[in-house]
Structures are given as C-alpha cells and as structure tokens.
Design a protein around this ligand. Sequence first.
Ligand SMILES: Nc1ncnc2c1ncn2[C@@H]1O[C@H](COP(=O)(O)OP(=O)(O)OP(=O)(O)O)[C@@H](O)[C@H]1O
Ligand SMILES: Nc1nc2c(c(=O)[nH]1)N=C(CO)CN2
Length: 164
Amino acid sequence: MSRAVVAYGANLGDREATIDRAVRELADTPGVRLVAVSPVYESAAIKLDGVDHEAPGYLNGVVVLEVELAPLVLLERLLEIEAAHGRDRSPDAERWGDRTLDLDLIDVDGLQVDDERLTLPHPRAWQRAFVLQPWLDVEPDAVLAGRGPIAVLRAQADDEVVRR
Ligand SMILES: Nc1ncnc2c1ncn2[C@@H]1O[C@H](COP(=O)(O)OP(=O)(O)OP(=O)(O)O)[C@@H](O)[C@H]1O
Ligand SMILES: Nc1nc2c(c(=O)[nH]1)N=C(CO)CN2
C-alpha cells in the first residue's frame, strides 16, 4: 500500500464538472482509496513565457490516495482519465497550453524515480503554489523528496492562488 498525491488542473470547459467526475473516476478505480480532497484554488494560467492573464483561469487542487497500484499503473490511469475528459495530446498541442484536464502524479511515498515515462516527485511541483498550497491544506507536514518541507517551498513560490 502506498500513499500518492495527485494534482489536478483545468482551464477549459466546465471545470468544476470535469474535476468532480475525474476525482470520482479516480476514487472508483480498483486498488485506489480516496483519503483527502483539498480545497479548490483559482489561478491564472502559467505559460512557458510567464503568467497569461488573457488565457482562461485554472482551477487547481490535489487529492491524496492510498493505492495498491504501482506508480506507472497509477500514471496510466491518470492519463486514461485525462483522455476521457477530452485532453488534447495531439503533437501540435502547445506545451503548457490550455487544457480540459491535467492530472499529475506529484509524490508516491517520497520515492525518487527517473523513468522515461515517470519522474517522481513531479519535477516542477516544488515551485508551484497551485500544487503546494492545496497539498499543504491537507498534509501540512508533508515533505517533497529532495526538496524539503512543502510549507517552506510554498512560502517561496510566487505564483498566486486564490481559494474558491
Ligand atoms: N510525475 C508525473 N506526473 C505526470 N506525468 C508525468 C510525470 N512524470 C513524467 N510524466 C510524463 O509527462 C508527460 C507529459 O505530461 P503533461 O503533458 O501532463 O505535462 P504538462 O502537464 O503539460 O506539464 P508539466 O509536466 O510541467 O505539468 C506524460 O505523458 C507523462 O508520461
Ligand atoms: N495556473 C496554472 N497554470 C498551469 C498549470 C496549472 O495547473 N495551473 N499547469 C500547467 C502544466 O501542467 C501549466 N500552467
């Protein structure tokens, strides 16, 4: 049994409905138990060249899971749920572009993994308030492997999040 933190983000379509359904689908997955659901945050879209106030805003949050699945199997399930909610993964889709649903595997038991398909912890989570703040709300003492306590990382992250 492992403990996994999954972050979601959505800035296209009916964001609330997509997130509600995606969390339910995740919780209904055999071998997955939903342990905690964070508050939801609004955040401006971060693009490769900085904050984009013209783009639709995101809803972001995290869920904590107990899983009996290997990390790669859980990742496959996340990608499947994203696809079921219309995530555009065509080769010409913009990197960090607008999306109906993004599900990122942030941490699994503090494991450090550098696989072709999976990096753990998520390599950019440490600098994202839109991940750290909701995670902090549900696991205030959590530590991001190789980076330190998420409370410290959150204080250093400069993207803005507003609780809904
Ligand atoms: N910890 C992880 N969580 C989710 N995907 C990961 C992880 N590590 C590696 N990947 C791989 O990254 C690929 C691209 O992910 P994705 O398109 O969601 O990136 P992104 O959300 O646009 O950007 P970012 O990774 O900065 O959040 C996925 O197909 C997946 O195989
Ligand atoms: N506000 C916000 N910006 C983003 C997000 C996100 O979830 N929220 N995800 C990205 C790539 O994963 C890129 N930019």
